[in-house]
Design a protein around this ligand. Structure first.
Ligand SMILES: Cc1ncc(COP(=O)(O)O)c(C=O)c1O
Length: 362
């Protein structure tokens, strides 16, 4: 078959969003200005000026900020620090597949709670807690969730925070897509609502470049201290050069206009995906209609086995992620994650058309 392969697999930024010339300028500046620090071994919490900048933004002490090689690495460290094998962990279902793996690898016993258009079903969470479930933490992606695209409503955020206080668990708020809102109004972050109960994680991967591997965590000081110690014993310190480049990019005031550029690039791609879905998938599936982020989550009607779906899609040169990998307790065979930022509107249209013709074979 000679058709172009369309990859609905990975949630990656568009290559044309990268700004190599600006980053080269930042690299040159920081290698001149900070070379004694950034080329040396250094404290594991990360490049101090960037930690300070992030701390000032949140009005907190910089000791609470830990930088890592992407936020995923910090998630791994956090799981090792907070979890003991066999302890309960709550997640959304579906949730980010790599975090599910990290939490399971740390021995967590995961329970997934279904996602609705306004985020996780809090009634079911409350019922589980009343039924004596005792999670150590609840991992949530409240803004433009990966993989569903859902945004957790303000009222549900507040209810979950109230529950976290009553039943004494941590909320881990992972929000790498929060600033990529293409329309509509933002909802207060969970960290803003409860900075004492919420550990915030985010990243520059979707805003500047994932290759730089610069992510961060804001945690209560005692937890930040433990994570920093574990980090030090594991890799001494993350790459200060990359963190300094990000810092300089921020300091020059380049991030905000760049985010505006990203919105101009990605919003038409979101619209192309929504229009293609209306055109080809009506009556075949139900899907979220997000106002930002990287993904649209879709549930196919009828009886679909993920393995068969993936195979038939591959035969049509369409690559899909296995939907069941996003579900911690099984299921998800008929769930499809559709990333839209790294594809052109033409590829999106072609990919959805191919998907529709495959789905009708079930
Ligand atoms: C929800 C979520 N968290 C974390 C990550 C990993 O980000 P990073 O590149 O900062 O490690 C991703 C990447 O896709 C993600 O979707």
């Amino acid at each position: 078959m000679t058709e172009q392969t369309i990859r609905f697999t990975r949630g990656i930024p568009a290559v044309e969003s990268f700004t190599p010339d600006q980053l080269a300028e930042c690299a040159k500046t920081v290698l001149t200005k900070y070379y004694e620090t950034i080329l040396q071994y250094a404290p594991s919490r990360g490049f101090q000026p960037l930690r300070q900048l992030l701390a000032e933004r949140d009005g907190i002490d910089q000791q609470r900020v830990v930088l890592g090689q992407g936020s995923l690495e910090l998630q791994d460290l956090l799981a090792r620090v907070l979890l003991r094998p066999g302890q309960a962990v709550f997640v959304e279902a579906p949730s980010y597949d790599r975090t599910i793996n990290i939490l399971k690898r740390a021995g967590g016993q995961l329970t997934g709670f279904p996602i609705e258009p306004d985020g996780v079903n809090v009634d079911l969470v409350e019922a589980a807690l009343k039924n004596d479930a005792r999670p150590v933490l609840f991992y949530l992606i409240p803004d433009f969730q990966n993989p569903s695209g859902a945004v957790l409503s303000h009222i549900k955020r507040q209810r979950l925070i109230d529950l976290s206080r009553e039943y004494n668990f941590w909320i881990v708020e992972d929000s790498p897509y929060r600033l990529l809102r293409y329309r509509g109004q933002p909802v207060p972050s969970m960290f803003e609502l409860a900075p004492d109960r919420v550990l915030k994680m985010s990243s520059y991967s979707k805003l500047i470049s994932p290759g730089l591997r610069v992510g961060y965590m804001v945690a209560p000081e005692a937890i930040a201290e433990q994570v920093a110690k574990w980090a030090e014993d594991t890799y001494i310190n993350p790459s200060y050069l990359n963190q300094a480049i990000v810092y300089d990019y921020e300091r020059r005031g380049w991030l905000e206009p760049h985010i505006d550029d990203l919105k101009s690039l990605y919003c038409p791609r979101l619209d192309a995906m929504l229009e293609s879905l209306d055109r080809h998938m009506s009556g075949l599936a139900a899907w979220q209609k997000p106002e930002g982020g990287f993904f649209i989550g879709m549930t196919l009607n009828g009886d679909v086995r993920a393995r068969d779906l993936l195979k038939r899609a591959e035969e049509a040169n369409l690559l899909l992620t296995n939907g069941s990998s996003f579900f911690p307790n099984g299921g998800g065979d008929n769930f499809v994650r559709l990333p839209f930022c790294g594809l052109t509107p033409g590829e999106i249209e072609e990919g959805v058309a191919r998907l529709a013709s495959i789905v009708t074979t079930f």
